[in-house]
Design a protein around this ligand. Structure first.
Ligand SMILES: Nc1ncnc2c1ncn2[C@@H]1O[C@H](COP(=O)(O)OP(=O)(O)O)[C@@H](O)[C@H]1O
Ligand SMILES: [Mg+2]
Length: 205
């Protein structure tokens, strides 16, 4: 997979809870990279940034603080309303980094709003950064994944490829490669998520 990866990578997904943070942690464990989650919604449980730092065991210098930390585990636009915060695209600037890669993790999927005018897709365009799309491997993934790829293409956003996360599904992989015209990597459910299992997974791709 390494040879396909540009310096800046926006990890998006077809859904929330689809594996964006796990994929980000895999990249952080395996590459010389810096991680940034622009908007974190929900602070009661371990945040994505904390998870990535814990499992990939990187020094704090390779973690950029979130631009927005919102209390409620909701879409950024709603969580911001509740916290009385106004999110604007111009609040986000690509951070400086001195590693080979910068891994940026989105919130939810592409059409998730960041305010009442703009979405994650606008943020990706604003940051001008290629997308690695995380999708589930199982039933229901074809529509979500092909719609997401079409939306990215319609806006001229570079697509690195799709990571299909979950039980192996050769038919879905083949179908997404065919109709999505895209590179697909598969990662399976890991019984234990740690630096070593993530590194081994990356090395097998
Ligand atoms: N390949 C995997 N193996 C084991 N657990 C996984 C895997 N992918 C995701 N998970 C688990 O599923 C949940 C959602 O994944 P996460 O990466 O947080 O999704 P997202 O960032 O898209 O919301 C987490 O509890 C995560 O640990
Ligand atoms: Mg996440």
């Amino acid at each position: 997979m390494k040879e396909y990866l540009p310096s800046r990578i926006f990890v998006s997904g077809t859904d929330t809870g689809i594996g964006k943070t796990v994929v980000s942690a895999m990249l952080m464990s395996s590459l010389d990279a810096t991680y940034w989650k622009p908007t974190q919604s929900g602070l009661d449980e371990e945040t994505d940034t904390q998870f990535v730092q814990r499992v990939s065991e990187v020094p704090e210098s390779r973690i950029i603080p979130e631009r927005y930390r919102l209390n409620e585990p909701m879409s950024p636009h709603s969580a911001a309303d509740i916290d009385n915060v106004k999110i604007s695209l111009n609040d986000f600037q690509l951070p400086e980094y001195d590693t080979d890669h910068l891994i940026v993790e989105g919130a939810g999927g592409l059409w998730v709003p960041i305010n009442w005018k703009e979405s994650m897709m606008d943020l990706i365009l604003h940051l001008n950064i290629p997308v690695l799309l995380v999708a589930r491997s199982t039933l229901g993934t074809l529509n979500h994944t092909l719609l997401s790829l079409e939306a990215l293409r319609n806006r001229g956003i570079d697509i690195i490829g799709v990571v299909m996360n979950g039980p192996e599904h050769e038919e879905n992989k083949k179908t997404i490669e065919h109709f999505g015209n895209v590179k697909v990597w598969e990662i399976n459910d890991l019984p234990d998520i740690n630096k070593n299992t993530l590194k081994n997974t990356f090395n097998s791709l």
